[in-house]
Design a protein around this ligand. Sequence first.
Ligand SMILES: Nc1nc2c(c(=O)[nH]1)N[C@H]1C(S)=C(S)[C@@H](COP(=O)(O)OP(=O)(O)OC[C@H]3O[C@@H](n4cnc5c(=O)[nH]c(N)nc54)[C@H](O)[C@@H]3O)O[C@H]1N2
Ligand SMILES: Nc1nc2c(c(=O)[nH]1)N[C@H]1C(S)=C(S)[C@@H](COP(=O)(O)OP(=O)(O)OC[C@H]3O[C@@H](n4cnc5c(=O)[nH]c(N)nc54)[C@H](O)[C@@H]3O)O[C@H]1N2
Ligand code: SF4
Ligand SMILES: [Mo]
Length: 730
Amino acid sequence: MNERFSQQDQSDTDPATVTTEKKSFCRICTGMCGTVVSLDNKERLVAVHGDREDPQSLGFICSKGANAPEAHNHEGRILHPLKKMPDGSFVQISMVQALSEIGEKLAAIYHRDGPDAIAAYRGSGCFFSSICLSLLPEWMAALGTPKLYSTLTIDQSAKVIAPGRIGYWPPGPQNFQDSDVCLLIGSNPLVSIANLDMRNPLKRLKDAKARGMKLIVIDPRRTETAQFADIFLQPLPGTDGFILAAMVRLIIDEGLYDRDFCSQHVGDLAELRQAVKPFTPEQVATIADVPAELIVEAARTFAGEGKRGSVRTGTGPDMGAYSNLAEHLAETLNIICGRLIREGEAIPNSGFLMGRGPRPAQVIPAPRTWEQGPKSRIGGYGLIAGEMVTGMLAEEILEPGPGQIRFLLNHGGNPAQAIPNQRKVTKALESLELMVTIDPHMTPSARLSDYILPPKLQYERADFPIYIFEPNLSPVPYTRYTPAVARPAEGADVCDEWYVLWALAKALGKPLTYMGQPLDMTVPPTEEQLMRMMTVNAPASFDDIAAEPLGFFLGGEPQYALPADPATAGKFSLMPADVQGEIADLWQERDLLVARGDYPLRLASRRNRHRFNSMGFTQPRIRKLMPYNPAFMNPDDMAALAIENGQSIRISSENGSIQAIAEADEAVRPGVVSMSHGFGDLPDGLGKESGDNSGDDGVCINQLTTTDRQRQTINAMPRMTGIPVAVAPL
Ligand SMILES: Nc1nc2c(c(=O)[nH]1)N[C@H]1C(S)=C(S)[C@@H](COP(=O)(O)OP(=O)(O)OC[C@H]3O[C@@H](n4cnc5c(=O)[nH]c(N)nc54)[C@H](O)[C@@H]3O)O[C@H]1N2
Ligand SMILES: Nc1nc2c(c(=O)[nH]1)N[C@H]1C(S)=C(S)[C@@H](COP(=O)(O)OP(=O)(O)OC[C@H]3O[C@@H](n4cnc5c(=O)[nH]c(N)nc54)[C@H](O)[C@@H]3O)O[C@H]1N2
Ligand code: SF4
Ligand SMILES: [Mo]
């Protein structure tokens, strides 16, 4: 699509010229798979293989990771900054000129409208650039603006809300690696490499099953992971709250919960019991459309004295109509069954770069941090994990008045595809006074920008694994330093992403900190200096870490859960007033949820094997594997609607309508259309192509979602799965 930006030719790299092999790790997703990287004599990537010597990923690598040479070298990669001209075309300019022009324009907005006019949205590309993970929030703080947005609040921020309302248990839940049972809800780790064991999940799951672990899966689609389930529930999407409430009810009724733990640590078991009373397995069976016996069997298999193992949730329950409640009830199951690490037990991984504070076995009462601090101008939503809620971003840009966002830094994200309500989001992004995107590819969001700054790609920069997820990345405390192993093409003018932030802070005359330490604002830091600073909270020095090519594993005694401190220990609140309201609403709305009406099917979200969200759509090999996003449907539904395999269909919701291509899939339960996000172009009339380009790059399913209604309280999380839709053949 953007041949005119092509700066190089694939024939630049020739496998015959491989001169070196270096070890590194992949930073596309949380797998952090160890890799062996082949380079040519210009230090360009030629091939990437899984590293069999890697103690974490054990040689595993997925197709996205193996495609890194194409990502680095294909002709769609942007290698020089681009500036949008008044006629909408882009011209190539130098990085120096781009940063100088952006600095001036940003300063003008800042001095005219104040810091509240300045916002940033960070996407996956920024999250996985380890230096920027902390530098971007610190850049925002230096400018004095709270308007940091990210994918968090269009993903699983219910995982922030649940402990925020229930309370924290510092040692954390029991881990997967030594569990007897695992209840996996709305996640497909064998493809997403998330939520289970991220180090070669197939191998780890097989190992767990071999030692006798029972796997329970709840998913509207019989996923790759569900193939391994001992018990599989295949409900309608959006019904997790009902199923979980029924499980909680049954576990309490049958006395399968941990009485001692609850009497010590739960403040409101009676209220919980009362709230879940209506949710009998029989009632829920008709709402969720799963056999009541399976709900009972799942509850009995999960609960019970002496068992270990926890509930693990993915995007499925956290994106439905009652996402905060669903996650709350999942966490409730862990708590009433006492599946938390107790005093004196070893904590598998309490962190490395993120620091390892003491972990007492006690409840830190619900902090409800969003109730204090800055609120969104529209909707009055508080900060979630220090960020503004992305569900309100478009509104904050479009609504005039003091505090209106006029500048957006889109750091490694594709908001025009990722955020629900695509039409409104696109309109909002188009209306900005200045939008700057740091991205290596001409995404729909990049096309809406005034400047596109191409960064170095993963193997061209030094990194640590994404440290905010450390306890989930590995059951052993570790980190791993990789230096830059590859070089961008000769003549490329790509940026160090951190340098952009440093240079813009300097242009505004704002002193910047990094990891809480002040940076010299006269001379830019080096990448290595910043990497060294990142180890400030680590239990080992940078040099010790960097000396271990396969990662630094913290040896010695594990960290143990400490005794509780009676002065600060509190109780879990499992049924606070707002949750009580939500569960009552859920029950009230049960008929609405199951009503078939004008929109008899349910759109369920899912990820696919070949792309990471929208990443890879400009890469020829990835496009060949998955040129568009099929609408997967059960063959019986297709027959009933007279839809042939491969036929074009129209999918309509209350919020919009798209054209897609149907694909029969026995794994999808009847009544469901299963589709991925991260495809398609801008909606028609806005941008270059029509939104109905189903034959080209597929279609953006966020034309079917909304941010105007159906938002969760607290985090404004839009409904992104279980969306009522109608399907008709074209
Ligand atoms: N309907 C619906 N919508 C969804 C979802 C859903 O399930 N259904 N899922 C949601 C979820 S969970 C998420 S996380 C979001 C994803 O939302 P985003 O993060 O906004 O989208 P991505 O497609 O991951 O965009 C990542 C961008 O980073 C760029 N990139 C790659 N490498 C680098 C790099 O080294 N540096 C920089 N700066 N950029 C780089 C890529 O080219 C790509 O454009 O989408 C959300 N949207
Ligand atoms: N290959 C690949 N890997 C990825 C990504 C990618 O795009 N591609 N994206 C990354 C990102 S940003 C994230 S956040 C993680 C997410 O990781 P996961 O949450 O594991 O993502 P999915 O694989 O989409 O699994 C979600 C499952 O939920 C099911 N589901 C949909 N609606 C419901 C519902 O209402 N209830 C229940 N119980 N299930 C439901 C879907 O059928 C699907 O199988 O994956 C990451 N990894
Ligand atoms: S699973 Fe994730 S980290 Fe591993 S190779 Fe694939 S994209 Fe990279
Ligand atoms: Mo995500």
